[in-house]
Design a protein around this ligand. Structure first.
Ligand code: NDP
Length: 328
């Protein structure tokens, strides 16, 4: 077996040498467990906070621990009546080729309608995050303006497409021309602004004549402040993530004055708070992917040894779509 451990805690920007690839003995399943050979590993921004020692909502990874992460794989040995050899499954089995998992922590997936890797992106934790934040927190209404940043990514791409289906005007923010073109031409957003453009602020002003009613916030920092300043009275912010701030040392936030004067409702949320809602949301997402209403893009690297560098790239915006590692 092979696995990736955290070698040292990063300070500031994470580097590939904060991780180490090690050989390990092949695990054997106990009664009630399955042995999974992983096919796809998911890389996600939350992993940056797991390897920091700052207080968070989930238990952290310490140096020497195997990196946490969701994976899709194939059952190669089963000591549970719930799973048979050959089943395609989803589990939080971490950055490793083979893992034993208790049966109750494993979800069987149907890869006949949509390919298995999609269960780590559009049909997985990121897709369900998009649904929860948009539908439950933003509560967008017909004709309203919705803005989402990291718009071409795993979460943002689903947010914008769902908001279009509600009948909103949807403006994305993304890094670079290729991502913006994809968001408008392939995903059907009304517009997209490149946050690296020198006239970023002027472009936003031109595209948002009626301000913002709903902001789905993925990035934080200066982009968040720029968008917040364009929010309407009684608008809503679903505070989903702050990926641009993960690699910075903790710092005081600047003014959030717009929240006060516009009586904006801001709510943070963690997608795992309501695990009981996942099957119903996933079923809706599957139907939309199968019917072609929901498109998705994957950014794939190959081999477990490439995971650390791809994770560094994810936190620099080098991924274009859901970042995955193909393990076999
Ligand atoms: P993405 O697929 O969107 O990939 C991350 C993207 O973030 C990059 O492609 C890049 O897009 C943008 N980005 C990265 N670094 C920076 C930076 N320094 N400045 C500006 N943009 C940057 O990731 P996900 O869709 O998986 O996650 C999106 C957000 O959702 C994250 O903040 C994540 O933590 C959060 N999240 C929250 C959950 C919850 O329960 N609250 C659950 C899941 C995710 P670009 O080049 O377009 O700027």
């Amino acid at each position: 077996n092979k696995l990736v451990r955290l070698a040292s805690r990063p300070t500031g920007w994470v580097r590939a040498d904060n991780f180490e690839l090690v050989e390990a003995p092949m695990p054997a399943p106990l009664e009630g467990e399955v042995l999974i050979q992983n096919d796809w590993l998911s890389l996600d921004p939350y992993m940056r906070s797991r390897i920091s020692d700052a207080k968070s909502y989930a238990k952290g990874v310490n140096p020497g621990d195997v990196m946490v992460g969701g994976a899709v794989g194939t059952v190669v040995e089963s000591r549970s009546s719930a799973f048979a050899v050959g089943d395609t499954v989803l589990a939080a089995s971490g950055w490793r080729l083979y893992a034993t998992m208790p049966a109750q922590a494993v979800t069987k997936i149907d890869a006949s309608r949509v390919r298995a890797s999609a269960y780590l992106g559009v049909l997985g934790m990121p897709g369900i995050t998009a649904w929860t934040g948009l539908i439950d927190i933003c509560q967008p209404k017909l004709g309203e303006t919705v803005v989402v940043d990291a718009a071409s990514g795993a979460v943002g791409s689903v947010v914008g497409q769902l908001a279009k289906q509600v009948g909103c005007r949807v403006v994305g923010v993304a890094g670079g021309r290729a991502k913006c073109e994809y968001v408008v031409n392939e995903l059907g957003f009304d517009a997209c602004v490149d946050h690296r453009a020198t006239d970023f602020h002027a472009q936003l002003d031109a595209l948002l004549p009626n301000g913002i009613d709903c902001l789905f916030e993925n990035v934080g920092g200066e982009i968040f402040e720029t968008l917040l300043a364009r929010m309407n009275v009684f608008s809503r912010v679903a505070l989903c993530g702050m990926v641009s701030e993960f690699n910075r040392e903790p710092h005081a936030h600047r003014t959030l004055r717009s929240i006060l004067i516009n009586r904006i409702r801001v709510q943070g949320f963690i997608v795992s708070d309501k695990l009981d809602t996942w099957p119903a949301i996933r079923a809706q997402l599957i139907d939309r992917v199968v019917s072609g209403q929901l498109k998705f893009k994957e950014s794939v690297v190959e081999g477990l040894e490439t995971a650390p560098q791809a994770f560094v790239g994810l936190l620099r915006g080098e991924n274009f779509g859901k970042q995955l590692v193909k393990l076999r």
